[in-house]
Design a protein around this ligand. Sequence first.
Ligand code: SIN
Ligand code: CO
Length: 365
Amino acid sequence: MAHRFRLDEALFLERYWQREPLLIRNALPGFVSPLSPEELAGLSMEPSVQSRIISVHNDSWRLEHGPFDDVDFQRDDQWTLLVQQVDQLLPSVEALKTCVGFLPTWRLDDVMVSYAVNGGSVGPHFDRYDVFLVQGIGRRRWFLGDFCDDSTPRLEHDDLNLLKSFTATQEYLLEPGDVLYVPPGLSHWGVAEGECMTYSLGFRAPKMADLLARMTDTVLERLTPELLLEDAHASEAGAPGEITPAHIQNARSALINAINALDDGSWLAEVVSEGSTIDDDMTLIDPLLPGAVRLLPGCVLTWIRRQEQLEVFVANESLLLDSDVEPLLADLCSARAVNQQSTVDSEQLLLNFLIERGLLVNEDV
Ligand code: SIN
Ligand code: CO
């Protein structure tokens, strides 16, 4: 089932995305949680699934990692169960990703699902990434505070990243189908009012340092090693020994010119497609059965338009294909099922490439 938030997407991108929080009341009218609390608990009992329980008792926070057992849920503190990457486990949860189809697909990371008992919360904190919090079952009261960064004081706790102090400046009570967008760095605290379930659509962004390192590596591979810096336009002497602002500006411009001439943006696609969160268990899946297939959940497939061709990047490799492969790429990048056989050469090349690397799974896996 495909969804889309009831939202003025253009206005959202202009005013809120990466900048300001936004409550989207009734973003998914009639939304029915694809998972029940019992089903979420069941997932958290699987050793291959990443799950946590965060609880608080007398102001003391505790983090436990799954897999969990029935007894782990019989407790009288205020607790929250969180399960990561549920989109990779259940197509009905993966379908929630279509809600943010107005954003680049490669920015979207995973869907985390939480269940909390009355009063349960993960405490006041901030995340480095954008998140859309979709209320699934019951009600959760969200408090929003200030923007934070690495210098914001945290509680001394080995595993949890909770804020030492938190002052709410906004407060919203979310009901099923309501969505709260929280930009990176904004402190937030969501407390369950009665039992509740929340779906977090979390984004990823590459580290600037990784991008810069990869870009310079790529440019260095293409740069003639003997090429010297020229300074026809920056020949002022300066004081003895001095490197003047004009010298620096000249050298910087020369580097930027070299980057502009030699760089084709592959580094962005490479770094992003390495961000795949492929579960090892998934890659051991049985050989493909006949029938429809889709991209292995958690695998990031990206591509760049190159004149008449498309350069496709996946799992540390790239290949150039004719541009009539684009409709197939669009389906795969949107997690839609496709046929394993195609009469279009470029499509069959891509399908074979992905099948050989175990990056396609049968539709119903
Ligand atoms: C939750 O679902 O309880 C926590 C989500 C978040 O604060 O990012
Ligand atoms: Co958060």
